[in-house]
Design a binder for this molecule. Structure first.
Ligand SMILES: *[C@@H]1O[C@H](CO)[C@@H](O)[C@H](O)[C@H]1NC(C)=O
Ligand SMILES: *[C@@H]1O[C@H](CO)[C@@H](O)[C@H](O)[C@H]1NC(C)=O
Length: 474
């Protein structure tokens, strides 16, 4: 019955998916929500619908490759020229990082098979290209990582075929828009026109490779160089920030207290612990939602023991709590403080790269950061996109830099999250479109935000990163 339940649920999902496709162009007015809440709602699935359904949310998170998605990347008036593009991705679908104690782990095949679902037209060529090896395209220690997933029973955290296909799709979509339509790279493009950076996990490197394989017209190892980023915040040489850590500790305390208040959640963990026959504490520490999401995303029934089965009701309780946790996280703003400091270095680096492009430099026109949920989430929050959904598998956050050909000294930015234009939802450009007919945000707004307003938003008197990170008496 567990399986049947899951099947019914997946059936409901495919209906949901077609509903999403149809919902996007529909104005929020038709949703029948009050005008007060309507204001908060972005016209797309980036935001929560008025009532959040845990299974619906979970399936958006899975990001199961299906119909071609709508995407707003590259939309600009004719007199705008695309100058540079900066892409932040979360790795694609992966095997869980944790096991549910004393249960059989889900049997998922992490080898790549061109004629197994999900398909992608470039999958076969990708496998054959990657299996020939790479030469010296990576900064140490990335060289020791496998170039594609290859275990018949996935290893913990390994990228799956779904994850590879998700990023081949991302790459192809960006190629159609940025290379074919906007000619971001010249035909004789060279290695220094790309800037590539990944954390040291195989799933992020492989996700980056899959995206590039879909994106580049000729995937030539001689033109690929991936830098290694040791920090999930991509903070390079500026990682030391005590105040950021203090915000994080307070945020974790908030999270802990919210959990204690949820008696249904405690009861659910208790039931599940009884099923798998370990102490409740041990089960909770094993973060079972991560493994349960994998079962859900791969249509594998939840595990059973002779004491019973983990089931969809357990899943719904834990997932619903997660959604409530995110809601409280937004209200209490501790995570915002953490995010403003955590995201500053990478945003600062990005505007530096954009500034050089505005000066006419032709290097690093396409930047790719292959990263994690704990990378994208603070960046979204810092930009003021706290209403945006938690980064799903293969999520993409893109900064586009444009030049107005009629006023060549004026540069503008667009911000896109999973294909949706969120430029005017950012805190540095919220009201701009009401004052200006331009469908973009002045680049200066972003620069001012990163150089100064980010710190003002923290509420102290600091106006730079170092002071904000070392504020006394916080
Ligand atoms: C899920 O698995 C069940 C049984 O293994 C199968 O009958 C069903 O078609 C699968 N559903 C999807 C959407 O793949
Ligand atoms: C911000 O970027 C500039 C160069 O563009 C650099 O000199 C400065 O150290 C960076 N600051 C931080 C805190 O990363």
């Amino acid at each position: 019955s567990n399986l049947k339940h899951l099947f019914m649920c997946l059936l409901a999902i495919s209906i949901y998916f077609s509903a999403i496709v149809h919902l996007i162009p529909v104005s929020t007015a038709k949703n029948g929500v009050s005008s007060k809440s309507r204001k908060r709602i972005m016209p797309d699935p980036v935001t929560e619908p008025p009532v959040t359904d845990p299974v619906y949310e979970a399936l958006l998170y899975c990001n199961i490759p299906s119909v071609a998605e709508r995407s707003m990347e590259g939309h600009a008036p004719h007199h705008f020229k695309l100058v540079s593009v900066h892409v932040f991705i979360r790795h694609g679908d992966r095997y869980p990082l944790y096991v549910i104690p004393k249960t059989k782990r889900p049997e998922i095949d992490c080898t790549l098979v061109a004629n197994r679902k999900p398909y992608h037209p470039k999958l076969e060529a990708f496998i054959s290209h990657m299996s020939k090896g790479s030469g010296a395209s990576f900064e140490s220690p990335l060289n020791s990582l496998p170039l594609y997933p290859n275990h018949p029973l996935c290893e913990m955290g390994e990228l799956t075929q779904t994850g590879v296909v998700q990023h081949l799709q991302n790459g192809q979509l960006l190629r159609d828009i940025y290379l074919k339509k906007h000619k971001l790279l010249p035909n004789d493009w060279s290695a220094d026109q790309l800037y590539l950076e990944t954390t040291g996990k195989s799933r992020t490197l492989q996700s980056g490779l899959a995206l590039l394989y879909g994106f580049l017209p000729d995937f030539d190892w001689k033109k690929i160089y991936f830098r290694h980023q040791p920090s999930a915040l991509f903070c390079s040489g500026s990682c030391y920030c005590p105040v950021r850590n203090q915000y994080l500790e307070k945020e974790q305390r908030r999270q802990y207290l919210l959990r204690l208040k949820n008696s249904q959640l405690e009861k659910t963990y208790g039931e599940m612990a009884k099923i798998v026959d370990v102490p409740t504490k041990q089960l909770r520490a094993a973060n079972p939602i991560d493994s349960m999401l994998c079962h859900l995303c791969h249509n594998v029934s939840f595990p059973c023991t002779r004491n019973g089965c983990v089931d969809m009701e357990h899943f719904k309780v834990i997932k619903t709590h997660q959604i409530e946790d995110e809601r409280e996280r937004r209200e209490k703003k501790l995570y915002l403080g953490y995010s403003l400091l955590g995201a500053h270095p990478i945003l600062n680096q990005t505007i530096g790269r954009m500034q050089r492009a505005t000066e006419g430099r032709k290097e690093e026109l396409f930047a790719l950061y292959s990263a994690h949920d704990v990378t994208l989430s603070p960046v979204l929050s810092a930009l003021g996109l706290s209403e945006a959904r938690f980064p799903r598998f293969a999520a993409r956050l893109i900064f586009e830099l444009w030049q107005d050909r009629e006023k060549p000294n004026e540069h503008s930015v667009r911000i896109l999250y999973n294909g949706v234009d969120v430029t005017f939802h950012t805190s540095f450009c919220q009201d701009h479109h009401k004052r200006s007919p331009k469908p973009m945000c002045p680049f200066e707004n972003l620069v001012r935000f990163v150089k100064r307003d980010m710190f003002v938003a923290l509420g102290g008197s600091s106006t730079n990163y170092y002071d904000a990170c070392h504020r006394e008496g916080f």
